[in-house]
Design a protein around this ligand. Structure first.
Ligand code: NI
Length: 172
């Protein structure tokens, strides 16, 4: 396994659309392992392939509450087959936008269909943090970020803050 570098906004790769994975291969399994390791190291609860510059429809997540058994998931080619009418507003953060947390409103529950690393199609309903995480990570695969749900002024402020952060980090 190896740690991958997480891209920070603004980066054109974070705005690209990822491509479907035709089949589960060793390189996809390795990508999943690397992404989980990178996510846990960050630490975070979700990471999309586009965030490490890989344009494939893959994301990883583990929204198990702290102190509970880890529940790592590698999700390939996700699709939402249902979303609830009820919405929920919660604070989101993103490893590509460090130290920024803002409230976003999304459907409270979703049903997702995906390809597992076992090569099988899975479908399951998710709520709570899992539902938020799934929608956030699926947005990444279409080049969308959670700050896109905020107003333009706030988005510009956050983007310039990240430009400064990147400059500082590159000096180290
Ligand atoms: Ni994110």
């Amino acid at each position: 396994m190896s740690l991958r570098e997480i891209l920070i906004i603004p980066d054109p790769l974070l705005r690209r659309t990822a491509q479907p994975v035709p089949e589960i291969t060793d390189s996809i399994r390795k990508l999943g392992e690397d992404m989980l390791e990178t996510m846990y190291d960050a630490p975070g609860i979700g990471l999309a392939a586009t965030q490490i510059g890989v344009m494939k429809r893959v994301f990883v997540m583990d929204c198990a509450p702290e102190g509970e058994e880890p529940a790592p998931m590698v999700i390939v080619n996700p699709e939402l087959t249902w979303v609830s009418e009820e919405t929920e507003t919660s604070e989101e953060g993103c490893l590509s936008i460090p130290e920024v947390y803002e409230e976003v409103t999304r459907p409270e529950r979703v049903r997702m269909r995906w390809l597992g690393l076992d090569g099988e199609t899975h479908e399951q309903e998710f709520g709570a943090r899992w539902a938020v995480c799934i929608q956030h990570e699926m947005d990444h695969l279409d080049g969308k970020l959670f700050i896109d749900y905020l107003g333009p002024v706030k988005r510009r402020m956050i983007t310039s803050k990240m430009k400064k952060l990147k400059k500082e980090r590159s000096r180290v």
